[in-house]
Write a protein that binds this ligand. Structure first.
Ligand code: SF4
Ligand code: SF4
Length: 146
């Protein structure tokens, strides 16, 4: 189980570096990146008709930062880390959360997603982690056994 892996400092640094790189790309993209009003609506995947896919290094990073006991299942369609419309894990949020903006340019987001995925795949290769790209609800509920 991915969340049970002992996560090396080097792996955490690679994921943090990927997130820093993403932040720079989004900040330098201007209007193409969109302007998020932090309403939290898109974190309710069912009502927003939206899905978030994640990779093992992202989950390992979150698990290392929060502690395995704080990885929550997803009941209903809303991300369990969205509380009162606020992201409670903002610093450790997934790459898709960093890229997506409801009023951003879809092509820009698609290109950035592909580049981010290449980086996350290369982390999997370098650390010999099986790569997957899976729906957040499926991953969280499978870890919780629900
Ligand atoms: S991307 Fe859009 S829907 Fe999602 S939190 Fe920002 S403003 Fe709200
Ligand atoms: S991690 Fe944060 S930003 Fe991403 S879906 Fe969950 S609450 Fe929303």
């Amino acid at each position: 189980m991915v969340a049970g892996f002992e996560t090396s400092r080097q792996l955490l640094e690679r994921v943090a570096g990927t997130y820093e790189w993403l932040q720079k790309q989004v900040c330098s993209a201007g209007e193409m990146a969109g302007t998020c009003k932090s309403c939290g609506d898109c974190c309710d995947f069912e009502s927003f008709d939206h899905r978030l896919f994640i990779t093992p290094p992202e989950l390992m990073y979150l698990t290392a930062k929060l502690g395995a006991e704080n990885i929550k299942p997803m009941a209903g369609g809303r991300c369990p880390y969205n509380v009162d419309n606020k992201c409670t894990i903002y610093e450790y949020r997934f790459s898709g959360c960093r890229i997506f903006c409801c009023n951003g340019d879809a092509d820009f987001q698609s290109r950035l997603s592909e580049e981010a995925l290449q980086k996350l795949k290369s982390i999997c290769v370098d650390f010999q982690i099986p790569y997957s790209y899976a729906d957040l609800a499926t991953v969280l509920n499978s870890l919780a056994g629900v």
